[in-house]
Ligand binder design. Structure first.
Ligand code: NAG
Ligand code: NAG
Ligand code: NAG
Ligand code: NAG
Ligand code: NAG
Length: 779
């Protein structure tokens, strides 16, 4: 059975009604210094690291760009001050200056060339260099590679289609166990309002002794027992929202747009928060993410890293600094939670594909803002719109097929009429143009790819309804069938759709990862992402705490839900490895609603493991999974070796954990054989049979018997050996092999999905089985 939905979901229906256009659209885009992201060093102190670039003031210096310089560590010192000085000396040799000068400059925080000296996550340092200096680098024997800083994106969709409605967060998150006490969640984002009431520390314990981070926030906002440290120059909408979603404290009497909206809290209201600014507005520096990952995980003592950040372009892991930094972090026990991206519903768009990351997809929450369409022939359609409007009754209906921007609208007299159109253009612009032309209303729909999605937008200039693609086709047929078509538009407000059932949101990026080498199914899991209410900066003055709540949509919003849930699990099950926690989350995730109907992709109305991963998170069940697919740090080595990266590059970049590893000794495995909680294989006519190896560890009752339930993917036979697992001990590990065979009559192309479930009494340990009938790009 499902756990009660998290509190953020509960009041959605109420607040949808309260949404006001002004608040809904006001959110994003507080630009700080323009052009700053790429070169942004860390401001403030930098304990244990030589580099202290300067936040804000100096990074527009002409010609200097940030690079990650990977160095061959064979001859270098092992760590500490010696390593830092060695990095400074290498840089000094390039700059024709002295080591002392480089170090002194770094400490003075002015115009520093050395941005960060890495001790853990890679062998190398970040430095700000001119193009000429970078060219010089290639001649130096110690430099393995100079990677220019990359721009990553925060994964909130700021497109108006996805922003919108207004939900308060309310109630107590009462899942059994913990609320994250003593666990430190590090949020990497664009800025936080440290004075928000969600970050007050009533009832909090002091941070654990291992916390060693500093406190660097703009204005008078000393850290407290909730917001224990980190850095932020200015309050930002996105970072305040993600932080509140993950660990926001209980806040009573939340006001939303002037109306009372109950109480609010994050997923782990008793966890501590360390906030790290790595982005400006919605662009983030990859080097900054890397240095903060090292700082948070290896110096400050963070337990869970949450980053709603992704790289728009999929890269091999050694060039993907989120993957690189988190590799070392996860291998030392830190959990890293990331977003799948908002490039759906297109296939193969998912980012953050590394198997050591948790990759989170987003769902809607099954609540709709009904804007009803009744055609003259009596057909009624349930579209959506965010804002109430006056009834538009029995107006003439016209369908305009062409692009408005090309003048299609001006060719038609739409005065007093309802205009039906396809959403090939910005809906705000469409509505405004119809209004200017004297139209009375708008009915719009998206192309077939977005299918059944009717995600509403707010603040359209005229009464409007977004209907499904299929309904749009019906409207065209109706208009063509009668000389005098008419339509009525009526706003019906928020309704619960099928008892508030989530569906995978159209914008959530779909798998599989677009690289054959990855070999694991992504995204991993789904959390609520559409119209999430959480803390946002308000217009508070320097003395009064902010108590503003607002809405955002995106995988940026689903990710901190999972991060908070992980903090709770970490507190309740401190002995679990990151891989065990991830396995527990994935194998217990819901794939059906309480009424037994499947959780579907909102664009197709069908289940889709490439959209939702293992399923919709069920925090209560995750606390007691029975069996886990665990991975020790050493288990990742054959996988990384199997990726086929050049060994020297790999050992310097994938860093510390691999230092002494020889792939010849460790061996190489394919992604399908990594002991992952989901299964993905490619079955082509040329290679129609694949065996997959797995091992489960018993963390339930010592004596337990698990039997097998398999749902074979269409066109595939599945045999599991053995098909009964009999355990006699806790922590006993048992292996099994899954033999997958493409049927002679299997689909020639595309994908298929099934599942494998180990069942014992009340426990069910489920893995999706994803099958690709065509190979992925070999990049
Ligand atoms: C390095 O600096 C010294 C002293 O400032 C100067 O004599 C020398 O020519 C410089 N070398 C290079 C390669 O620029
Ligand atoms: C996947 O990779 C192929 C080959 O590199 C590329 O052509 C395609 O555009 C990529 N697809 C997506 C969705 O990025
Ligand atoms: C700040 O806000 C509080 C509460 O609204 C108010 O009492 C106080 O006077 C304000 N201070 C300033 C400097 O505006
Ligand atoms: C690995 O790659 C680096 C840079 O791409 C190159 O300099 C080096 O020779 C390669 N090493 C091996 C063993 O192929
Ligand atoms: C790597 O090798 C060094 C020296 O050979 C040794 O001190 C260190 O413990 C080894 N590290 C690991 C992780 O095996």
């Amino acid at each position: 059975m499902r756990a009660p939905p998290p509190p953020l979901l509960l009041l959605a229906a109420v607040l949808l009604l309260l949404a006001s256009p002004a608040t809904v659209n006001g959110g994003d885009g507080q630009q700080l210094a323009p052009n700053a992201a790429a070169g942004a060093g860390q401001g403030g102190e930098k304990p244990g690291a030589a580099g202290a670039g300067q936040g804000g003031e100096d990074f527009q210096e002409v010609g200097l760009k940030t690079y990650l310089i990977i160095v061959c560590r064979a001859n270098g010192p092992k760590g500490g001050d010696e390593l830092r000085e060695w990095h400074a000396s290498l840089l000094a040799s390039l700059l024709n200056t002295t080591t002392d000068m480089v170090l002194r400059e770094a400490l003075s925080h002015v115009g520093s060339r050395l941005v960060f000296s890495f001790q853990h996550v890679v062998s190398g340092f970040a430095a700000r260099l001119t193009d000429r200096e970078v060219a010089e680098l290639s001649k130096l024997p110690w430099c393995v590679e100079a990677l220019p800083d990359a721009t990553l994106r925060l994964t909130t969709t700021y497109t108006p289609e996805l922003l919108g409605v207004s939900t308060p967060a309310t109630g107590a998150w009462s899942v059994a166990g913990s609320m994250g006490e003593g666990v430190i969640v590090g949020i990497l984002d664009n800025g936080i309002d440290p004075r928000h009431v969600s970050f007050l520390d009533d009832g909090m314990q002091p941070p654990p002794a291992k916390w060693r981070g500093g406190c660097h926030f703009a204005g008078e906002a000393p850290c407290n027992k909730k917001l224990i440290g980190g850095r932020s120059r200015a309050p930002q909408e996105h970072g305040t929202h993600t932080s509140g979603t993950a660990v926001g404290a209980f806040v009573r009497d939340v006001q939303l747009l002037g109306a009372p909206a109950g109480a609010a809290s994050g997923m782990a209201p008793r966890a501590h928060l360390a906030f790290y600014e790595v982005c400006l507005a919605d662009t983030c520096s990859a080097t900054e993410v890397l240095s903060v990952t090292e700082k948070g995980a290896f110096q400050d003592g963070v337990d869970v890293i949450s980053m709603s950040i992704g790289d728009d372009t999929q890269k091999p892991f050694y060039k993907d600094l989120i993957a690189v930094g988190s590799f070392s972090a996860v291998l030392s026990g830190v959990f890293v939670s990331t977003s799948a991206g908002n490039a759906g519903p297109l296939e193969r768009t998912v980012t953050n594909c590394a198997p050591w990351l948790l990759t989170v997809a987003a769902s809607t929450m099954g609540r709709r803002m009904l804007s009803r369409v009744e055609l003259g022939n009596g057909v009624v359609m349930e579209g959506e719109n965010l804002n109430p409007y006056e009834l538009v009754k029995d107006r003439p209906l016209v369908f305009i097929a062409g692009m408005f921007a090309d003048g299609a609208l001006s060719a038609v007299d739409v005065r007093g009429k309802v205009v039906a159109c396809q959403r090939k253009e910005d809906p705000f612009m469409l509505a405004e143009m119809i209004q200017k032309a004297g139209g009375a209303g708008m009915i719009s729909w998206s192309g077939p790819k977005r299918g059944a999605a009717t995600t509403p937008v707010d603040d359209l200039a005229i009464p409007a309804s977004r209907v499904t693609h299929a309904d749009g086709e019906k409207i065209i047929a109706y208009v063509n069938s009668t000389p005098n078509p008419t339509a009525t538009l009526s706003f019906a407000g928020a309704v619960l759709n099928r008892a508030s059932l989530p569906a995978i949101a159209e914008y959530s990026s779909r798998g599989p990862c677009n690289m054959s080498s990855v070999g694991v199914l992504k995204p991993d899991i789904t959390g609520p992402g559409t119209a999430i209410a959480a803390s946002v900066p308000g217009g508070a003055n320097d003395t009064a705490p902010t108590k503003t709540f607002g809405l955002h949509s995106g995988t940026s919003m689903s990710t901190p839900h999972l991060s908070g849930i992980v903090a709770m699990i970490k507190k309740a099950r401190p002995q679990w490895s990151p891989a065990a926690i991830k396995s527990a989350l994935m194998t217990t995730a819901d794939v059906t609603h309480p009424d037994g109907t499947p959780i579907v992709d909102e664009t197709t109305g069908k289940p889709n493991c490439f959209a939702m991963g293992a399923g919709f998170v069920n925090p209560t069940r995750a606390l007691d999974p029975g069996l886990v697919y665990d991975l020790a740090p050493a288990d990742y080595i054959p996988y990384v070796c199997g990726l086929g990266y050049n060994e020297s590059v790999m050992s310097e970049i994938m860093a510390q954990p691999l230092q002494n590893v020889s792939c010849a000794k460790a061996g190489r495995i394919q992604g399908k054989d990594l002991n992952y909680p989901s299964i993905m294989v490619t079955l082509t006519p040329a290679a129609p049979e694949v065996d997959v190896k797995r091992a489960v560890t018993n963390i339930g009752e010592p004596v337990s018997v698990y039997t097998l339930e398999v749902v074979p993917p269409e066109g595939v036979t599945v045999e599991v050996v053995p098909n009964v697992l009999t355990f006699g001990l806790v922590n006993q590990r048992m292996e099994f092999t899954v033999k997958l065979k493409r049927a002679a009559n299997a689909a020639a192309v595309g994908t298929a999905e099934g599942s494998l479930r180990w069942v014992s009494g009340k426990r069910s340990v489920r893995s999706p089985i994803a099958v690709l009938f065509e190979p992925l790009p070999n990049n």
